[in-house]
Design a protein around this ligand. Structure first.
Ligand code: THU
Length: 126
C-alpha cells in the first residue's frame, strides 16, 4: 500500500490554526485509490475547532466515498497521534485493520492498526 504522505504534508500547509499554532494535515487513502486531504480548522470559540482527521473523513464521505484503507497524519515537529474523538470517528467507518500512519517527515513514519490505537471500541449495531 502506498501511503499518501506527500498529500498530508500538502494539506498541513492549509491548516487554519491561529490560536494554537499547531498545524495538522491528514490524507485519507480509499479502496479505489482516491486520496482526500484535510487540515485542522480552529475557531475563536475554541470548542468549535475541528481536527484534520475529522475534516478529511467528512470530505471523503461528502464525495460518496466511505471505503477507507489508511490515513496519514502530520502535525507539529514530532509524530502527531490522533485525539480520542478522531479515533472514535475512524472506528465508525473503518475496521481494526485500517492503518493509521504518523509521518514526522516524508521518510520517518510509524504505522499502527486502528485496533491498536482504539482497542475494544464502542459500536452500536446498525
Ligand atoms: N488537532 C488535530 O487536528 N488532530 C489531532 O489529532 C490532534 C489535535 C488540532 C486541533 C487543534 O487545532 C490543534 O491541533 C491543537 O490541539
Amino acid at each position: 500500500m502506498k501511503y499518501p504522505i506527500k498529500e498530508a504534508f500538502e494539506a498541513q500547509k492549509n491548516a487554519y490554526a491561529p490560536y494554537s499554532k499547531f498545524f495538522v494535515g491528514a490524507a485519507l487513502l480509499c479502496g479505489d485509490g482516491r486520496v482526500y486531504k484535510g487540515c485542522n480548522i480552529e475557531n475563536s470559540s475554541y470548542p468549535v475547532t475541528i481536527c484534520a482527521e475529522r475534516v478529511v473523513i467528512g470530505n471523503a464521505i461528502a464525495d460518496g466515498n466511505r471505503d477507507f484503507k489508511a490515513i496519514v497524519i502530520t502535525g507539529g515537529d514530532d509524530y502527531c497521534y490522533p485525539c480520542g474523538m478522531c479515533r472514535q470517528t475512524l472506528a465508525e467507518f473503518c475496521d481494526g485493520d485500517f492503518r493509521v500512519v504518523l509521518a514526522k517527515s516524508e521518510n520517518e513514519i510509524k504505522v499502527y492498526k486502528l485496533s491498536e490505537l482504539l482497542p475494544e471500541s464502542f459500536v452500536l449495531d446498525k
